[in-house]
Write a protein that binds this ligand. Structure first.
Ligand code: UT7
Length: 334
């Protein structure tokens, strides 16, 4: 008789227990960006809704911003770092191929030997992290999971590229996911479309860069219009599926926190999902720019701080970007 294995089991339900964020100190208005890309404040606001963004200073590293955001989320959740047994960091701007940044962040926070790893899914990374974390809590492979979305995109930004220089920015956001008596995180709807793999990417492969006589740091490049079309149409279907799979309707929704890519994408999604006028919509992109993996927790935390998202509210989170990859879920606001 072969030995049988024990089935892992965790909490019946998972929830977001706390949220925190870190915004870099330096505010950068459109006026500072426009000369290098032959643009104007008016054009940028009209096409993207962005008025200002924040660029990190030398001391505001990926690790520093992550630790600050995570401490805020832990405090909000009332959880000590020592109780965290998993740290999941979504980022594409930790500029070391290996090791991941998550173990260093966990160590600085004072977590006790947690599993710690990075997710490379660009703008979709945070919501993918929440999906992974809630599955970990329910399966019993972790009890409290810190999910951090962090970017220092200015390190890989071409300040003269008209298609990206005015969009991308820096920051960090974090949530604590843990056990709950009632369900706090609906099923995650996620996926990718590798046929559009090239639409947002690093300009060059590292091997090609180092083969050059005078190597130049690769930067981000994006086929903006194609991504815009994909995001505006395909992502509203993903959002509606997340709502349906959570067992609710758009009328039950209180808050909508989409990836802060472009105000016009947010508006197009809200229209096509037919969100009632009572749903409060995150519009952090206007002041913070597009911070990729950090944008959803930054926007959610702002709404919580400003009282626009209240404890117990139902919020649809959706994130999308390079890959092309996406993830969405309905969560109860902590
Ligand atoms: O976070 C990951 C996911 N990312 C996204 O979801 C971003 C999706 N894409 C976008 O948000 C938009 O595509 C942008 C905001 C990046 C660009 O807006 P757009 O409306 O798609 O502009 P476009 O590239 O189609 O260009 C329209 C016009 C062109 O001129 P003509 O051909 O109409 O005369 C461009 O040459 O605007 C011109 N243009 C600019 N003008 C001033 C392009 N970039 C600029 C610029 N300033 N920076």
């Amino acid at each position: 008789m072969p030995a049988s294995l024990v089935t892992a089991s965790g909490s019946a339900h998972a929830a977001v227990l706390g949220v925190g964020s870190y915004r870099p100190r330096r505010l950068v208005p459109n006026a500072e960006i426009v000369d290098a890309i032959d643009s104007s404040d008016e054009w940028i606001q009209q096409r993207s809704g962005i008025k200002t963004r924040r660029f990190a200073g030398p001391d505001e590293s990926v690790q520093m911003m992550s630790v600050a955001a995570a401490r805020g989320a832990l405090e909000h959740a009332g959880i000590d770092a020592a109780q965290v047994d998993a740290v999941v960091v979504a980022t594409v701007s930790h500029l070391m191929q290996t090791p991941a940044i998550a173990p260093a962040i966990a160590h600085e926070l004072g977590c006790d030997a947690p599993v710690a790893f990075d997710i490379s899914a660009a703008c979709a990374g945070f919501c993918q992290g929440v999906g992974v974390a809630s599955d970990m809590v329910r399966s019993g492979s972790a009890r409290h999971v810190l999910v951090i979305g962090v970017e220092r995109l200015t390190d890989i930004l071409n300040r003269e590229d008209r298609g990206t220089a005015f969009i991308f920015a820096d920051g960090a956001g974090a949530v604590v996911v843990g056990p709950s008596e009632t369900e706090g995180i609906g099923p995650t709807v996620w996926g990718s479309d590798g046929e559009q793999f090239d639409y947002i990417r690093q300009t060059e492969d590292w091997r090609d860069v180092i083969a050059e006589d005078s190597p130049v740091m690769p930067t981000l490049t994006m086929q903006g219009s194609a991504v815009f079309r994909w995001a505006s149409f395909a992502m509203s279907k993903v959002g509606l599926e997340a709502i349906e799979r959570a067992g609710i309707t758009v009328d039950d929704l209180d808050v909508f926190v989409p990836h802060q890519a472009n105000m016009r994408i947010t508006d197009a999604m809200a229209r096509s999902m037919k969100l009632p006028a009572t749903v409060r919509i995150a519009r952090d992109v206007a002041d913070q720019g597009n911070t990729s993996a950090a944008s959803v927790p930054l926007a959610l935390h702002r709404m919580v701080e400003e009282g626009e998202a209240r404890p117990g509210d139902l919020a649809l989170l959706i994130a999308f970007g390079a890959g092309l990859s996406y993830a969405a879920q309905v969560v109860r606001v902590p």
